[in-house]
Structures are given as C-alpha cells and as structure tokens.
Design a protein around this ligand. Structure first.
Ligand code: GRF
Length: 191
C-alpha cells in the first residue's frame, strides 16, 4: 500500500479526487496527511475523510529554507512513499525538493514544457493556443521542469474564459492524478 502526503494551497478538488479514490479498499494508495502553506479551503476535504492536516505558513519563518525545513519535517513525520503537489502554489527550495525527489510529483494545467508557472491557463489563452492540457511530472529544482509521467490534451473552445477552461483542465487533472498515483503504487508493489 502506497502512503501519500498531499500538499495544497487552494480548493483541493484534485485532493478530493484522490481521497475518494483511496476510499475504495481496492485502490493501492492511501492519503496519510494533507499539508498546506495557508489555511486552505481544501483542508476541509481531508477533515471529512478523517485525514490529519498541517499548515506551515512561510510568514512565520525568517527564510524560505527555514520554512521548507519545517514543511519537510511535517511531511516526513508521516513517512510517505510519495508526496503529491496538488495545486500547491509556492516554489519549493532545493533542500525540500532534494530530500524527496523523485518521490515528489506535481500537476500542472498545461502541456508542459509549454506555459510553465503560476498562470498557465491565462498564458495559453493570451498566446492564442488552440489546445492545452494537463501534465503530471516529477519535481526537480526548476519550475515545472521535471520528467513527465502523464499528459493529456484538450482543445480550447472559442470564446472560452480562463475560469471555464481551467475547470475543464481540472477535470482531466483529477483523472490523471488518480491514474498516476495508482500506476506508481502498482509499480512499487512489484519492485
Ligand atoms: C490545478 O489546476 C493545479 O494544476 C494548479 O492549481 C489547480 C488546483 O486545483 N496548480 P484544486 O485546488 O485541486 O481544485
């Protein structure tokens, strides 16, 4: 059984998809804790499923490295096999990434390497792209640059707003993250 810590900053709909999948005893992974950098709305999903949560706010620390060390200590307390960044909106410093990678994965709402960064959906629309999508990748020290694990395309509809497009991308992300976590769990159980 793969144990997973999920880190979020927002509404946590991808977290919820994982919690719902893992609620099935046949799913080969369990969410053992959920962390955040802010008192995120999505932490309520973890509460509903009886999963412990923690918040480590960077404002309480003198440097990003000290913040990340505390975040890492909270994550490692739960001894996860895998850490999933599910809408975690802060760039993690090298001390955090190097301690966990390659067992640290991120989801991103574009067809990486196109449109990395915090405004991927807006950037795709502004560039006049006709298609975009979602990517799951291993986190390395760059921003949205690590090796890709899964990717799916989506056509951009005429006159679609950023919010409408992002919601359609998130529907794909929810499926992809559940499939990817399942695949990692199955791979690890045969090794
Ligand atoms: C997702 O699109 C993720 O790729 C991005 O933030 C969004 C998180 O959505 N980085 P949610 O909080 O899981 O609903």
């Amino acid at each position: 059984m793969l144990s997973v810590v999920v880190l979020i900053s927002g509404s946590g709909s991808n977290l919820r998809a994982l919690l719902e999948a893992a609620d099935n005893p046949l799913f080969p992974a369990r969410v053992v804790a959920v962390g955040s950098d802010v008192p995120a709305e999505g932490l309520a999903h973890a509460d509903q499923f009886g999963v412990p949560t923690f918040v480590v706010n960077p404002k309480a620390f003198a440097s990003r490295e000290e913040w990340a060390d505390m975040l890492l200590a909270n994550v490692q307390h739960f001894e996860p096999d895998l850490v999933v960044l599910a809408g975690f909106m802060r760039i993690l410093p090298a001390n955090f990434v190097n301690a966990l990678t390659p067992n640290l994965i991120n989801m991103h709402p574009s067809l990486l390497p196109e449109f990395p960064g915090a405004h991927a959906v807006r950037d795709a629309l502004a560039a006049g792209a006709t298609k975009t999508g979602a990517t799951i990748h291993v986190v390395d020290e760059g921003v949205d640059t690590g090796p890709q694990l899964a990717q799916r395309e989506l056509e951009i509809l005429p006159d679609e707003t950023e919010a409408e497009l992002h919601e359609r991308i998130k529907q794909i992300e929810r499926e992809l993250i559940v499939q990817t976590v399942r695949a990692i769990a199955e791979l690890k159980s045969t090794n």
